[in-house]
Ligand binder design. Structure first.
Ligand SMILES: Cc1cc2nc3c(=O)[nH]c(=O)nc-3n(C[C@H](O)[C@H](O)[C@H](O)COP(=O)(O)OP(=O)(O)OC[C@H]3O[C@@H](n4cnc5c(N)ncnc54)[C@H](O)[C@@H]3O)c2cc1C
Length: 378
């Protein structure tokens, strides 16, 4: 019996796989092509994409000329436009990065780096200006980023899936990709369709295969024949815990300390969700396995970190909330790594595209990352 055949198979229905599905199905080249998004969970966005800060980043921190810088700045614009056009909740609250006098040079360096990345709307605030804006925040200086915001990430992913399905994209939940084999034309994909009661094998063919498996991108790559096992980067798990704050938010905008010196995270910052709930986090800790428990004993260290810019914090108002895990390409102590979005044509596997290390600002950059994939496949 002939196999079902798709033009493109997208592995993973996190925000990246869904954005790729929408942008591909909107593109001139793939508009009328058969596209399937294969997801092993019961629904979309159950891993990294639902365990993050939901911040629309401006593009301040990333190395000059990196994919992170370019795709964050472009993605931010595309994301605000998408939210407006499709009624997805977002609020451009703005953000403060605060510093004491001793870190003034580093704050200036951030301002210059942001300018180099095309973020030209940052404002320098002194203590008096900062106090006028956010009376509860204590620091000598701050950078105000007016274009930073927050987004309802679930509604965003729902809109991506809805629009992609309207374009004819098929969504296959409960379906785990177990192996991908090179064929004379494209690939044969072996999957297992599993729910609580049933488990059955299903095989199909596709011309192009896009690996958007997030934390599992490396292990999935190892199952792809022709995926160049020696070229598969190691993915290091770096956990971030969040604590919610059981009182009204004293801040109008998002407040960040200076980023961590080890480049692992942005520092324990305050963010608000769309309902106005204040939370603090994430911290950053390399871990050996996936475990999303939040250690309540971290309350005191969180309170101490937050007190450096919000002295009125009271630790008993902090409650363990949730955690997320970053798929880092840099091991602990190594300099930050860029996203990898790689086409394997030169390696003799045309039609294979893999994405590795899509940590922050992946949510912000999602539509721009997807456009990059469309270009690489065209
Ligand atoms: C703590 C934290 C905070 C963050 N904060 C922000 C932020 O504020 N702003 C921002 O822009 N970005 C942020 N990010 C980054 C952003 O969340 C990620 O870049 C983005 O969600 C990555 O999405 P993804 O689709 O690559 O991965 P995922 O959402 O994990 O999706 C991958 C999918 O692949 C599926 N899958 C895996 N293997 C298989 C298989 N074999 N077969 C079928 N399906 C498979 C998984 O089930 C999963 O659904 C943060 C990340 C973390 C961890």
């Amino acid at each position: 019996m002939a196999l079902d055949r798709f033009d493109v198979c997208i592995a993973g229905a996190g925000v990246i796989g869904l954005a790729v599905a929408l942008q591909l199905s909107n593109s001139r080249r793939f508009r009328n092509k058969a596209i399937v998004v294969v997801e092993r969970e019961a629904g979309f966005g159950q891993h990294i994409s639902s365990r993050n800060s939901e911040v629309i980043h401006a593009g301040i921190y990333y190395a000059a000329d990196s994919l992170k810088a370019r795709l964050c700045v472009r993605g931010k614009r595309l994301l605000y436009e998408h939210c407006q056009r499709h009624g997805v909740g977002c609020r451009q609250l703005g953000k403060l990065i605060v510093a004491e006098k001793s870190a003034m040079d580093e704050l200036e360096a951030l301002l210059l780096r942001a300018l180099g990345n095309g973020v030209d709307d940052l404002q320098w605030l002194d203590r008096r200006q900062l106090q006028q804006r956010e009376a509860a925040v204590e620091a000598s200086y701050a950078l105000l980023s007016p274009s930073t915001g927050i987004i309802d990430s679930h509604a965003y992913m729902q809109s991506l899936l809805y629009l992609a399905q309207n374009n004819g994209v098929e969504f296959a939940p409960y379906t785990e990709i177990e192996a991908v084999t090179r064929a004379s034309q494209g690939f044969i994909v072996d999957t297992r369709i599993k729910d609580a009661n049933n488990s059955e094998a299903y095989q199909f063919g596709c011309e192009s295969f896009v690996n958007c498996a997030g934390l599992d991108a490396g292990s999935l790559a190892a199952k792809i024949e022709g995926g160049k096992p020696q070229g598969i980067p190691k993915i290091h798990l770096c956990k971030g815990d969040y604590f919610s704050y059981s009182a009204a938010s004293p801040f109008e905008c998002l407040v960040y300390p200076m980023p961590e010196k080890n480049a692992q995270g942005l520092g324990i910052h305050s963010t608000l969700d769309m309902a106005g709930q204040l939370r603090f986090g994430p911290d950053s800790e390399y871990v050996g396995e996936r475990n999303y428990d939040v250690n309540p004993l971290k309350r005191e260290s969180f309170a101490a970190a937050i007190a450096t810019y919000f002295p009125a914090i009271s630790a008993e108002k902090l409650h363990p909330a949730y955690s997320g895990i970053r798929p880092k390409l840099a091991a602990s102590g190594e300099p930050a790594a860029d996203f990898i979005i790689k086409n394997y044509e030169e390696e003799g596997a045309p039609g294979l595209l893999q994405l590795f290390g899509i940590e922050s600002p992946g949510l912000t950059a999602s539509l721009a990352i997807a456009d990059e994939v469309v270009q690489l496949l065209s």
